[in-house]
Write a new protein. Structure first.
Length: 365
């Protein structure tokens, strides 16, 4: 703002000097005029160097201009509205600022009143417009800083969330291992210990009391068989179903994508998704990962929807965004990779333009 006003004063002073040179004034008034303009501009340029406050410099500039006008000399009044604007520190309204400058001019000069009044109004309009743009720029800058701060906070929250998820996965894994160790110790360990004791008895009584040895041997075999069945039951209960692994991994993908990109995600399922094989889940997961990468890079979308429909003999997976779509589809490595994975799984794929970009995958089940 200050630089703009200084530049305006310099331009107006150059115009004043040019008028003197072009019209060839050689009287004493011209000398005073040049001196006054030079003093005012010099003070303006030195305002950033001198230790005085800006208002003191501006008042000194105004004193030179008023003294020049008071003695009936002309040629510096064009600097009056600019200096007055600086002194009032643009706290008064534009009409009041214009009226104040016009009143001072009338009381000290009066010649060419109409043209000078128009000039004063135009200069004040320009300065107040500059002030308005300056304040708007400050506001935008403040908003930008606020947005950057919010983005920083969001990044920190995301990092904290990722650390929490990572730590939670570690804790969950440790709990699962502890659970499995305890179960195997409580069931399989006790049965193996019992069976070993029975086999020891069998060894000692074999050939001496075959009936007793045979009884302990059968009991040890049965004990081990029960222990093996219990172990299988524990492992079967701990292993998640393919449906749970597939759908939960997709939910995790969408959640991470939403936090990292700011693009809202939704997941919709319809039908018995238990009928999807593990191989199909892998294809869906890999293709979704590639599609989300493309959406974040190129789509300009604000939301993404993933739908899984399971019908009688087929399954349809749709990945849809509300972004730009495409004018002419150019299949890069990502889209070709998606297409190849679907074809290898025996499915069909279509890329569509429907209020955004849509990927449709169809598999036989």
């Amino acid at each position: 703002m200050k630089k703009t006003i200084t530049m305006l004063m310099i331009i107006m002073s150059i115009v004043g000097f040019a008028e003197v040179i072009l019209l060839g004034y050689k009287d004493i008034h011209t000398v005073f005029r040049v001196i006054c303009i030079s003093v005012v501009i010099t003070l303006e340029l030195l305002s950033g160097v001198l230790k005085f406050k800006d208002v003191a410099i501006n008042c000194l500039q105004l004193l030179f201009i008023l003294a020049f006008m008071y003695f009936g000399l002309q040629g510096v009044e064009f600097l009056l509205p600019i200096v007055m604007y600086k002194i009032t520190n643009h706290r008064i309204k534009i009409a009041s600022a214009s009226l104040l400058s016009i009143t001072i001019f009338m009381s000290l000069a009066g010649e060419n009143f109409f043209y000078m009044a128009v000039y004063i109004v135009i200069v004040n309009l320009y300065l107040y417009e500059v002030k308005k743009q300056y304040e708007e720029n400050i506001e935008v800058s403040a908003q930008s800083r606020g947005q950057r701060y919010e983005n920083h906070l969001m990044e920190q929250k995301l990092m904290n969330l990722e650390r929490y998820i990572e730590q939670n996965n570690i804790v969950t894994t440790l709990k699962e291992r502890d659970y499995m160790t305890q179960k195997l110790h409580d069931h399989l360990g006790h049965r193996i210990t019992s069976s070993l004791m029975q086999l020891e008895v069998t060894k000692e009584t074999l050939g001496k009391n075959d009936e007793l040895a045979n009884k302990y041997l059968i009991s040890a075999m049965e004990n081990l068989r029960v222990g093996m069945d219990e172990t299988r039951g524990i492992l079967r209960n701990m292993k998640p179903r393919e449906k749970v692994m597939g759908i939960e991994y997709i939910r995790e993908q969408l959640l991470k994508f939403q936090y990292s990109s700011g693009i809202k995600t939704t997941l919709h399922t319809e039908g018995d998704i238990d009928r999807l094989t593990l191989n199909l889940w892998f294809v869906i997961q890999d293709n979704l990962k590639e599609a989300l990468t493309n959406i974040a890079k190129y789509s300009g979308a604000t939301k993404t929807e993933v739908s899984i429909f399971v019908y009688n003999k087929i399954a349809r997976i749709e990945i849809r965004d509300d972004g730009y779509g495409y004018k002419k589809l150019d299949k890069g490595l990502g889209l070709r990779g998606i297409e190849e994975r679907v074809i290898r799984a025996g499915g069909r794929i279509a890329f569509e333009n429907d209020n955004g970009f849509v990927i449709n995958m169809i598999f036989n089940i």
